[in-house]
Design a protein. Structure first.
Length: 753
């Protein structure tokens, strides 16, 4: 299966989104299609052996819309600018039509005031309320300003569907063509004892107000994508390369992997790379959300789009184009904004039947009022009001706009949310599991103690360090790196290893210079039948101090013991306290021994500890917690955390960890600061609260507005909803939903004390 994102054009309401979903899902080979009306995107999963992108685009075109592929490469190359220009052209076209419609509508309303108020207003020229003058003035508004409603309505009719455009075209046409009849044949109405009233101003004002609402909605929707535009704007435009000993400025698109780049103070780092000369401090806040500048020296990685603060340095490009961290962030945000939250399902089901139901209600309204009263004016006003006030747009925009703003806000805070489902689920978390090494701790353990059975005589200690580090060099475990660094600090030369083997959750072994070297846990040593009694007191002392003890055996005999300590991150204690204040159960999960684990847990304030858990048991441990009915989140950073991250209801990966862990997670915390977990949960809660507000307003608006427009209050109060007011309410209902969603841009994580 392949995944692609399509940018859609031509949608006017949530019913259009449903039509496109049906069209794409009907293509053989398409597994799943999700259309996001707010983001104007379709996310499609398909089998490339059975269909291709062209066939999917043709299905969209046949449905009356257009689509083109939107990829992160296009986006970073300025595709967003193309979309911005398209939105600008659309806004200018709407502004022209609103201006023309506004002027004409004002004249028509002034001309209709004597009839509307029943008062003689001598300051209004009589010719202004002449039906023929009003017909001439209304016609360009009806058919030029309202052209798109007819075209889109006709397209919908051809595919046996109905949209918001259908409702507007029907409602305004009813007012226009009804008015045309008494204009052409006034005597017929007079002979029937009826007043030849016309409602041209209703048609013109309604079209103008709806276009005005679309203009505001268009601008507001443009602001929901502001996060992606900000991210793209972070990218440097040029890079200063060192070629043949000379400095050359080139466009960023021409940088290739391996290029050496010079960065001076105050400049943006063009692409991702590794420092090879010089040192500086880098402001990575725009990518990680971390405000404190980070020191960089040779061997350290730098991220493109971050800002060099103090010194000059040279670095070698390691990732360019769509492979950079910034490009991947843009891609993740784009995917998240195009996804659909489960809470939207109800709104989707309603919008599929919304327009046909409204048309049926409008017809029923006309029949009932005309049959009971015989008053065609009353029947017409209520029918037009029902058609005009109904708004599927508000329902369609309620969820996606909040999701777009929420995921964008997350990216600004260094939190990458892969999809709307993860964003929604995060607010339900009850239990959060924190991996110890690299999550609660720095993940850079250091050898602090080294005890040998035979002491230091005859170079025994140096020889044992050589054997141990030679084997550990082949392992990727953080503890192994600590051993290798310790050997390097002792200037020990490492030897070749044969038959290396890593035993998951236990240790490593290999043959060095003819000796079998085994390094690992006490449990593993017991399983191997190796006696550890000689250094048992040292092991207990190290564990009491919160250090990890690893045993070293040579040729089946214990020879030494290393104590390794991993410093706790400064933010861990605050983060754990804040999570507990939010009402979450915090659990620490580790493969380390129970005594060391409890010491670390006690320091950070965690009460529940799951220790001595092997990597292959982590996912099962998560599943066991889930079986008790809890919504479980897992936070980790290593390869061995990936199955548990995937098993959890919400997997959160530390962005400083491995690519595998990040790929398996639902949320990535770029900075590695555990306080980002608190921010992510608070953001999820704020977003869901915002979505519920939007859905409430959208449903209440339609549930209350349609009956009022149908005249339910007329028998009680003698009051009818003027179609002009209905048009204004409809026009601004979707604007109010988008505006409410935009309030999320002011979101700030609240300190929990």
């Amino acid at each position: 299966m392949e995944n692609t994102t399509l940018k859609l054009r031509g949608m006017s309401c949530a019913s259009c989104a449903s039509s496109i979903e049906d069209a794409i899902n009907s293509v053989p080979g398409v597994d799943e299609c999700i259309v996001n009306f707010g983001a104007e995107q379709a996310t499609v999963k398909y089998d490339p052996r059975r269909t291709d992108l062209e066939a999917i685009q043709e299905a969209v075109n046949a449905a009356g819309y257009s689509a083109y592929p939107l990829q992160e490469q296009n986006l970073m190359a300025g595709e967003d600018d193309v979309e911005k220009r398209h939105r600008l052209r659309e806004s200018r076209d709407l502004m022209r039509k609103v201006a023309v419609g506004g002027i004409i509508s004002t004249v028509l309303v002034i001309g209709s005031l004597p009839i509307m108020t029943g008062l003689q207003l001598p300051f209004i020229p009589a010719w202004l309320h002449n039906p023929w003058v009003q017909l001439i003035l209304t016609t360009p508004v009806q058919f030029w300003c309202g052209y798109s409603f007819y075209i889109n309505g006709w397209k919908a009719l051809k595919r046996h569907a109905a949209t918001m455009d259908t409702l507007i075209a029907l409602g305004t046409s009813a007012a226009y063509f009804y008015s045309l009849f008494p204009t052409l044949f006034p005597s017929f109405f007079i002979n029937q004892g009826l007043t030849p009233d016309v409602y041209y101003e209703t048609a013109a004002v309604v079209i103008t107000l709806i276009l005005l609402g679309k203009l505001f909605e268009n601008r507001a929707k443009g602001q929901t994508s502001e996060a992606i535009r900000k991210l793209i704007g972070l990218q440097a435009k040029t890079a200063r390369l060192i070629r043949n000993g000379r400095e050359v400025d080139v466009p960023i698109e021409e940088v290739i992997i391996g290029d050496v780049i010079l960065v001076r103070p105050g400049e943006k780092i063009p692409v991702d790379g590794e420092v090879i000369e010089g040192a500086s401090t880098i402001d990575e806040g725009m990518v990680t959300g971390e405000s404190v500048p980070v020191k960089k020296q040779p061997g350290d990685e730098v991220i493109g789009a971050t800002i060099n603060k103090t010194g000059s340095f040279k670095f070698r490009a390691t990732r360019v184009g769509s492979d950079t961290v910034l490009a991947q962030i843009v891609q993740l945000v784009q995917q998240a904004q195009g996804s659909k939250a489960p809470i939207q399902r109800l709104a989707d089901q309603v919008t599929r039947w919304f327009v046909p139901a409204v048309i049926a209600i409008a017809l029923l309204t006309f029949i009932i009022w005309f049959n009971f009263t015989g008053n065609v004016t009353l029947a017409l006003i209520t029918t037009v009001g029902v058609l005009i006030i109904a708004c599927p747009c508000a329902l369609g925009l309620a969820t996606p706009t909040s999701v777009m703003v929420g995921t964008g806000k997350g990216a600004e805070n260094g939190i990458l949310i892969k999809g709307a489902e993860s964003l929604e689920l995060a607010h339900k978390i009850q239990t959060i599991i924190l991996d110890k090494t690299g999550t609660i701790t720095q993940g850079k353990p250091t050898v602090t103690d080294f005890v040998t059975v035979n002491g230091t005589a005859n170079g025994n200690e140096i020889r044992l360090v050589q054997l141990t580090a030679s084997v550990e060099r082949n392992s990727e475990h953080p503890l192994a790196e600590a051993v290798v660094r310790y050997a390097q600090s002792q200037e020990v030369t490492l030897a070749d290893v044969k038959e290396f083997e890593a035993v998951a959750g236990s240790g490593v072994q290999g043959i060095v210079s003819g000796h079998l070297v085994q390094i690992g846990t006490q449990r593993w040593m017991s399983e191997l039948g190796i006696d550890t009694q000689a250094l048992q007191q040292d092991k207990e002392r190290l564990e009491y101090l919160g250090k990890t003890a690893i045993w070293i055996a040579v040729d089946g005999q214990i020879q030494g013991l290393m104590g390794i300590s991993d410093a706790i991150k400064p933010s861990s204690i605050q983060a754990v306290r804040a999570l507990q204040k939010l009402g979450l159960e915090v659990v620490m999960l580790t493969g380390d021994n129970r005594r060391t684990a409890k010491t670390i847990a006690r320091e950070v304030g965690i009460k529940r500890v799951l220790a001595e858990v092997r990597p292959d048991q982590k996912a099962a441990t998560v599943q066991k917690l889930q079986s008790s009915g809890k919504i479980v989140a897992m936070v980790g950073d290593g390869i061995n955390d990936a199955p548990a991250l995937a098993q959890a209801d919400v997997g959160m990966a530390i962005g400083t960890g491995t690519d595998v862990a990040i790929a398996a997670s639902d949320i990535t915390l770029i900075s590695g600061d555990l306080r980002s977990i608190v921010t992510a949960i608070q953001l999820s809660r704020a977003t869901i609260r915002n979505i519920r507000q939007n859905l409430f307003f959208a449903f209440i608006y339609n549930v209350a507005g349609i009956p009022i427009a149908a005249g339910i209050l007329f028998p009680i109060f003698g009051w009818l909803l003027n179609p002009i007011i209905a048009g204004a309410a409809m026009a601004f209902s979707s604007v109010s939903v988008v505006t409410n969603a935009l309030r999320l841009r002011k979101f700030q994580a609240k300190p929990v004390v």
